[in-house]
Design a protein around this ligand. Structure first.
Ligand SMILES: Nc1ncnc2c1ncn2[C@@H]1O[C@H](COP(=O)(O)OP(=O)(O)OP(=O)(O)O)[C@@H](O)[C@H]1O
Ligand SMILES: [Mg+2]
Length: 587
C-alpha cells in the first residue's frame, strides 16, 4: 500500500502527515521541551545583551578611556559567561534527553508493531530492509529529532533576536540586511527538495547493501561451494557504487548551501559597512551604534549559515522518517474482530468448507474449493507433490492468512470469529525448517509453555528423542544455541522443535514435515511418543515419506491445491490411484 512512496521524496501533503506523526513522539516530553525552550530564550537574551553592550563598551573603554566601565566589564562579563555556559549545558542536555527518549519510543513501537503484523508483511519485505530502517534510518531520525529543535530553535531565535536588535539600532540599515532573507529561503527550499530526494534514494540503497551482506553471510556455504564469491562481490559493487553516486548528489546540494549562504551574507556585510560608514561620516549614526550593529549582524551570520546545514539534516531526517513511518502505518492483513468467541475449551474439530486461497503476489489459486473434515482426536495426513499446497493449509489453520473464498471452522466456529491469540494457544507447530532462538536449550523448548518445570522439559525432550544429545552437550539444557542454532545438526534441531510442540500439549498439533530430518528408527520412536503423550488430540501432519502417514485415520492426497483422493492407507492402496503409485515408488 505504501510501495509507491519508495523511490520518490515525500510530497507536501505527505510531509504534513509525517511531521504530525513525528511530533506525536515528542508530545509526551512537553515539560522537558518547555524547559529547553526557556533555556533557549534565556540563551538568546544573553547573547543579545552581550551584543548590545558591546558597542557602548568599546566606545567607553577605548574611545573615552573610562576606567569604571573597564572594571564593570571584568566583573560583569564573567558572570554573564558563566550563566551562558550553564544555560547552554542545560539546553544541550535537555534536548539530547528528549531526542533519545523519542527515538527509544519509536524503536519500541517498531519492534512491537512488526510483531502485530501478518505474515503477508514478511512476504513483501526483506528482513534486511526492515533492519536497515530500524538501524540506519532511525539513526538519522535520531539526530534530526535531537539537533533540529536544539540548534534549529536556538539559531532561529538568535537570528530573530539579532534582526530585532538591528531594527532597534537602525531600521533603515536593518531593512537592507533582511531584504536578502526571502532569497535565502527560496534557495533553501530548492536545495531542500533536492536533498530529500537524493537522501530518500540513498536510503533505499542502504537497504540493498545490508541485504547483500545478509544474503552472503547466511548463504556462505553455498557461496563458497559454488565459487560464487566473485559474482556476489560484483553484485555488491553495483549497490555500493550506486550508493556513492546518490550520496554525492545529496552532498553536492548540502555542500552548496553553506557557502552560498556565506557568500550572500558577506555581500550584505560589505553593503552595511559601506552605508553605515557613510552614516557615521554624515553624523547620523554614532560609533557605538555602528559597533553594536555590526556585532548583531555578525552574530546572526553564523546561526544563519547553520540554518542552511540544518535544513539538509532535516531533509535527511524526514526522508528516513518516511521509511520508518511506512512500517508503522502498515496494518495487519488478518484483522481480529473486536467481539470474538470464547474458545477456552476446544475439542479440536477442523472443517474446511470450499476454501480457496491465492497468495497476493501470485495470479493462480493455490487452494481450490477445498472441503474436508477432521474430527477431534483424529490423525489426519496430507500428502502430495511439492507445491501442492500442504504448508499453505497448515498456515491457514494457524490463521496466518484468511481464505479468499469459503470458510474454515474450528469446533463449528468460523475462524474469522476467533481471536488469533486464543486460537494459536491451542495449536502446536513443528515446521519444515526449524527456527531456534539465540538462547539456552531449556528456553528454546519452554517457548512452547513458558514457566514449564525442568521435569516437564526433560519429559518432552525424551519424547522427542532429544534428551540424550542434549545431555551430551557441554552445559546440557543450559547450552546456548548460537545464531540460528548452527551448532546442531538438522535432525537435532528438529527434535528440539518437536519437544517444543509436545510440551505445549496442544489440542491441535500441526506437523509439517516434522520428522523429515530424522532417521527411520528415531522417526518411529518419536511418533510413538507423540501418540502416547498427545493421545486424543487432533494431529494434522504433512509428510513426503509415506511410511510416516500409514497409521493416520485419514489421508488426504492433494494435487495442485485440490483433493484428489481421501481415505485410510488401505483404502487408498485398494483405490489404486495416485497414492498407490507414490507408495509403490517409495517401497
Ligand atoms: N508466500 C508465498 N507467496 C507466494 N506464493 C507462495 C508463497 N508460499 C507458497 N507459495 C506457492 O504456493 C504453492 C503451494 O505452496 P506450499 O508451500 O503450500 O506447498 P507444499 O505442498 O507445502 O510443498 P512442499 O512439499 O514442497 O513443502 C507453491 O506453488 C508455492 O510456490
Ligand atoms: Mg511445505
Amino acid at each position: 500500500m505504501t510501495e509507491h512512496h519508495h523511490r520518490q521524496a515525500p510530497d507536501k501533503a505527505r510531509m504534513k502527515v509525517l511531521a504530525k506523526a513525528l511530533i506525536k513522539y515528542l508530545r509526551p516530553y512537553k515539560a522537558r521541551l518547555l524547559q529547553a525552550a526557556v533555556s533557549m530564550i534565556v540563551l538568546a537574551a544573553i547573547k543579545n545583551a552581550v551584543i548590545y553592550i558591546s558597542g557602548p563598551v568599546i566606545q567607553g573603554v577605548f574611545v573615552n578611556k573610562d576606567m569604571h566601565m573597564l572594571r564593570l566589564i571584568v566583573i560583569g562579563l564573567p558572570l554573564l559567561f558563566t550563566l551562558r555556559m550553564l544555560v547552554e549545558y542545560a539546553n544541550g542536555y535537555l534536548m539530547s534527553w528528549v531526542g533519545q527518549r523519542a527515538v527509544q519510543d519509536i524503536r519500541g513501537d517498531l519492534f512491537e508493531h512488526i510483531h502485530r503484523l501478518s505474515l503477508e508483511f514478511y512476504w513483501r519485505k526483506r528482513s534486511s530492509d526492515v533492519m536497515s530502517r530500524v538501524i540506519n534510518d532511525l539513526n538519522n531520525v535520531q539526530s534530526t529529532v535531537q539537533f533540529i529543535p536544539l540548534y534549529g530553535i536556538r539559531d532561529v531565535l538568535t537570528v530573530v533576536a539579532c534582526v530585532a536588535l538591528l531594527f532597534y539600532i537602525n531600521w533603515k540599515l536593518a531593512l537592507i540586511a533582511v531584504l536578502v532573507l526571502p532569497a535565502i529561503a527560496a534557495l533553501l527550499g530548492v536545495l531542500g527538495k533536492k536533498m530529500r530526494k537524493a537522501s530518500a534514494e540513498s536510503n533505499v540503497i542502504v537497504g540493498e547493501i545490508s541485504h547483500r551482506f545478509q544474503e552472503s553471510l547466511q548463504g556462505i556455504t553455498v557461496v563458497k561451494a559454488f565459487n560464487y564469491e566473485d559474482q556476489a562481490i560484483a553484485r555488491f559493487k553495483l549497490s555500493n557504487d550506486a550508493y556513492f553516486s546518490k550520496m554525492m548528489r545529496y552532498l553536492r546540494a548540502t555542500a552548496m548551501s553553506g557557502p552560498v549562504m556565506e557568500f550572500i551574507s558577506g555581500m550584505v556585510l560589505i553593503a552595511i559597512i559601506y552605508l553605515s560608514g557613510r552614516a557615521i561620516f554624515d553624523g547620523t549614526m554614532t560609533t557605538a551604534h555602528f559597533f553594536s550593529f555590526i556585532a548583531a549582524y555578525v552574530t546572526a551570520y553564523v546561526p544563519l549559515k547553520n540554518i542552511g546545514n540544518m535544513n539538509s539534516k532535516l531533509q535527511q531526517g524526514m526522508a528516513a522518517w518516511e521509511r520508518i513511518y511506512q512500517i508503522l502505518e502498515e496494518r495487519p492483513a488478518v484483522v481480529v474482530k473486536t467481539e470474538t468467541k470464547n474458545i477456552d475449551q476446544l475439542a479440536g474439530r477442523i472443517e474446511f468448507k470450499g476454501v480457496g486461497y491465492k497468495y497476493p503476489s501470485r495470479d493462480t489459486q493455490v487452494l481450490k474449493d477445498l472441503s474436508f473434515t477432521i474430527n477431534p482426536g483424529e490423525v489426519a495426513a496430507f500428502v502430495g507433490p511439492s507445491g501442492s499446497g500442504k504448508t499453505t493449509i497448515v498456515h491457514m489453520l494457524l490463521r496466518f492468512f484468511d481464505p479468499v473464498s469459503g470458510r474454515i471452522e474450528v469446533d463449528g466456529h468460523d475462524m474469522l470469529d476467533l481471536d488469533t491469540t486464543d486460537l494459536r494457544a491451542h495449536m502446536g507447530l513443528v515446521t519444515q525448517d526449524t527456527i531456534l532462538f539465540d538462547d539456552s536449550v531449556y528456553k528454546n523448548i519452554t517457548i512452547g509453555r513458558p514457566g514449564a518445570s525442568m521435569d516437564e522439559v526433560i519429559e518432552a525432550a525424551k519424547a522427542a528423542d532429544a534428551h540424550a544429545f542434549i545431555e551430551a552437550m557441554p552445559q546440557g539444557y543450559e547450552t546456548v544455541l548460537g545464531e540460528r542454532g548452527v551448532k546442531l545438526s538438522g535432525g537435532q534441531r528438529q527434535r528440539l522443535a518437536i519437544a517444543r510442540a509436545i510440551i505445549k500439549k496442544p489440542k491441535i498439533l500441526l506437523l509439517d514435515e516434522a520428522t523429515s530430518n530424522l532417521d527411520t528408527a528415531s522417526e518411529q520412536a518419536v511418533q510413538g511418543a507423540i501418540e502416547r503423550i498427545l493421545g486424543g488430540r487432533t494431529v494434522v501432519m504433512v509428510a513426503h515419506r509415506l511410511s510416516t502417514v500409514k497409521n493416520a485415520d485419514k489421508i488426504f492426497v492433494l494435487k495442485k491445491g485440490e483433493l484428489a483422493e481421501t481415505g485410510t492407507h488401505e483404502e487408498l492402496l485398494r483405490l489404486g490411484g495416485i497414492y498407490k503409485g507414490l507408495y509403490e515408488a517409495q517401497t
